[in-house]
Structures are given as C-alpha cells and as structure tokens.
Write a protein that binds this ligand. Structure first.
Ligand code: HAM
Length: 430
C-alpha cells in the first residue's frame, strides 16, 4: 500500500475561501498601518535561539517547551529556531541595522507566520500568523493608547465587534521585581498546593505562575492578584500616575476596558502597560490579540536604553471569531460556451474581460450548457456570458443575470462595457 499523507498536527490548510479572507484581513491591516504611520517589514522565519531566550525569557513556556529547533547543517551553524513571535525579532533587526542612529523614533508593522510547539487544539496552532506593530523610541502613554486603539481599529475594520479589552500595568523593572517578591513570599506559604512546574517557577520566575493553566494554580494566583496585600502597593508613584493617565486617555477616547490586575502576559520582556483583547465568539483560546510596553528589551538585547511598545493579533483566531460566510471569492462573470468550435472565442473573451479588470472565469471541463449554468449558480456567480452559434454569427452573445433570472443579447464589441455596468449596478444595489 502506498502511504498517504496528512498535514502536520497543529498546522492549518487555508482553503481558497479562507486564503481570500486571510488576504482581505492583511489588506485591511496594511491600509490601517499606513494610516497610523507604521512601515511594514518582512523578516525571516529563522532566527538565532538566543534572540528569544534573552527576551521572551528562559523560563517561559514559549522558550522552555515550545521552540522549534532546526537541525544544524554543520558545526559552525548557530542554534537556529523557527521564530515563535515577532517582537524580539524586530528588536534584533532594529539593533543589527542601528536604526536608532537614523531616527530617534521608529514604527514597524509585520504580517507573517510564527511557530510554537504547543499542544494543538481549536485556536491553538503550531504554525499561526501574527499581524503586529512595534514602535521604538518613546515612553509616552499616548503611544500605549495609540497601540491599543490601533489594535481595536484593525479589529473594527476586519469586522470583530464582540471583544473585551483587558489592561494592567506591571510597573517599571523595580516595581515588577517588587511584585515578584511579594508573589514569591505569599505563594511560598502555599508551595505544596502548586503543580510541580509552578513549584519550580516559584524559585526561578514566580510571575510565570500567573500563566499556569492548572486550575488550582490559577485560583491561587488570582486570589493573590486580587488580595489587599498587592493593591498596587508595588507600583512607584510615577508608574501608577502613568497608568491612571492611560486609563483616563482610554475613557476620553471612548474605549471600553476592563482593568485586570491578574494580567501579566506570558512573555518576560513586558514592563508597565500590558493589554489583551479577547473575543466572546471563541472558546478557551479566546485571546485574539495582545501587547504592551517593553522598555528594557532593547537594552537587554545589547542596544541602548530605548523604550518601546507594541502588539500582535493572531490571524487564525481572528478568522475563527469572524462569521465564515463573509468569505467570498466568486468571480463576477462566467463564460459558458456551447460547442467546442466556439471555445476559442470564449477564451478570447475571457482574456479581454480579465485585461479590462473584470473578475471572470470559464468552463474547462467541456460541460453542457446546463452543467455550466449549474456550476455558475453553485459558485454564486452573478453573470454568465453564453456564447452560442446562432447569436455569435450575428455578432452577439447572451448576458444572463443569474440573480434576476433575466437575459439580454449584447453586441460582442459592447460586452466589456455592458458587463462593467451590470457589475457596478449590482454593487450599488447591494
Ligand atoms: P502573544 O500573546 O504570545 O504575544 O501572541 C499574540 C496573539 O497571537 C495572541 O493573542 C493569539 O491571538 C495569537 N496566538 C498566540 N499563540 C497562538 C497559537 N499557538 N495559535 C494560534 N494563535 C496564537 C506576542 O507574541 C507578542 N509578541 C505581542 C507583542 C507585540 N507584544 C508587544 N509587541
């Protein structure tokens, strides 16, 4: 028996409809990014492992459990991995090309595949796509507000209105460390109730306990975040004021948010503002986008002390949250030829219509007229041009409006103009 193959678990095949939907989302994102002044970059899938170990963090799930390592081809190769996220990579790019020397403020956007060796489930893939933005060179709270409003604007344009914005602040590095030591102190007393992973995290990186998926650890972590002892006592005045300013800014911009003191994000590089957008249309994997400030990352990756902020949306989750019926890739026009002798003519018409920018197709399976009409109906095509012997001899073709079930004879030389008019009328009516 010949072996047949299936896609790798946790990867996803986009059907033509889904690929169309994906491209529309990307197109909208590019339009909005341009509006907000973000310049697109396209970076490689492959990076040196250290880029993520030193940024996302050695004890995070992404680095500890999910990195896809590429087999070395020879000993001089560095440790190459498939990128699990874009932020650290954009920082690597920014530093490698010393872009801070060219401009003190830089804005980038990116759209591309990311890879994480997660346990696959609905909405959790091993290969997925990010639409992301990063801005380097400002510590302004207005930039954080822009990031949040940009992420929400993208979702608006894409058509996701059912969503919830969670915001929190981790404070500066000193505050974050204070928070971690409070957490460590509090949870050490309940060490035995934590899962083995969290017992280890308690020593190495207590903040990561707040991302644990185990119910009991989650409960313990939440009760700590909500407790009186935390009550934002770890925040310095400056960070607290900044966060209050951000919340005011969101309010005055009519952006609904939920202040969530338990939101810490699963990546180590964040400081101060963090946010996550969830969709009510999704199941357990309900985060459709997230981001925040990472003021120490550029310095930690060997660069100058430059603050930065960003976010990324997960495209597959966005698509899951969208109503699938929105996907449409049907051509506007179908050319149905009766008889093999006219196929050549039909093919020429197809070429001319396409040159004129009309989205059209024809039959390549020698179907009967009825078969061709049935196909056009099934594909939801609005107009069919019927090329039949008798009319053709008189310089005419038949233009059938599939929705209205009407048809007219049209002069061959007028076809492009008439078809364009009919499509425009249809779009106007829609
Ligand atoms: P993240 O939260 O890891 O953040 O990923 C952002 C979004 O990507 C998530 O909210 C989710 O929608 C999607 N996502 C993550 N993992 C998966 C997966 N396994 N399968 C499907 N979708 C997934 C980051 O990666 C940060 N780099 C975001 C950022 C940019 N922060 C600052 N700048």
């Amino acid at each position: 028996m010949i072996k047949t193959y299936k896609s790798i678990r946790g990867t996803y095949d986009f059907s033509p409809e889904e690929a169309c939907q994906f491209n529309k989302i990307a197109e909208k994102a590019r339009h909005i990014f341009a509006l907000y002044g973000y310049n697109e970059i396209i970076l490689p899938f492959l990076e040196e492992e250290g880029v993520f170990v030193r940024s996302v963090g050695e004890t995070t799930d992404i680095v500890e459990k999910q990195i896809f390592r590429i087999a070395k081809r020879n000993d001089s190769d560095s440790d190459i991995v498939l990128r699990p996220e874009g932020t650290a990579q954009v920082v690597r790019y920014y530093l490698e090309h010393a872009l801070y020397k060219q401009s003190d403020f830089n804005k980038f956007s990116y759209i591309g595949a990311m890879f994480r060796g997660e346990r696959p489930q609905k909405g959790r893939l091993r290969q997925f796509h990010h639409i992301g933005a990063e801005a380097m060179g400002s510590d302004s709270i207005f930039l954080d507000a822009e990031m949040i409003s940009l992420a929400l604007r993208l979702l608006d344009e894409i058509g996701i209105t059912e969503r919830k914005l969670n915001v929190n602040t981790l404070g500066c590095q000193v505050d974050k460390e204070k928070f971690m030591s409070l957490l460590k102190k509090d949870l050490s007393a309940r060490r035995n109730e934590l899962c083995p992973d969290c017992q280890r995290r308690l020593l190495k990186n207590p903040l990561r306990i707040l991302d644990c998926k185990q119910e009991n650890c989650k409960k313990i972590a939440i009760s700590f975040c909500l407790s009186e002892t935390t009550g934002k006592t770890y925040l310095c005045d400056d960070c607290n004021n900044k966060f209050q300013e951000l919340l005011k800014l969101l309010k005055s911009s009519n952006i609904d948010y939920v202040y969530n003191p338990c939101l810490v994000r699963g990546l180590d590089y964040y400081t101060n503002t963090v946010f996550e957008i969830t969709s009510t249309a999704l199941g357990s994997q309900d985060a459709i986008g997230a981001g925040g400030r990472y003021n120490n990352l550029i310095k930690n990756l060997g660069g100058p002390d430059i603050p930065a902020s960003g976010f990324a949306l997960g495209v597959e989750r966005v698509m899951l949250a969208l109503n699938k019926s929105q996907a449409q890739i049907s051509p506007d026009v179908f050319i149905a030829v009766i008889g093999e002798n006219l196929r050549d003519e039909g093919f020429k018409m197809l070429r001319d219509l396409r040159s004129a920018g009309v989205h059209c197709d024809m039959d390549y399976c020698a179907k009967s007229l009825r078969g061709q009409l049935r196909y056009a109906e099934k594909k939801d095509i609005n107009f069919v041009v019927i090329v039949a012997d008798e009319e053709y001899k008189q310089g005419l073709v038949i233009l059938k409006d599939m929705k209205a079930s009407t048809q007219d004879k049209v002069k061959k030389e007028d076809l492009i103009e008439v078809v364009r008019g009919a499509i425009a009328d249809g779009e106007g009516a829609a």
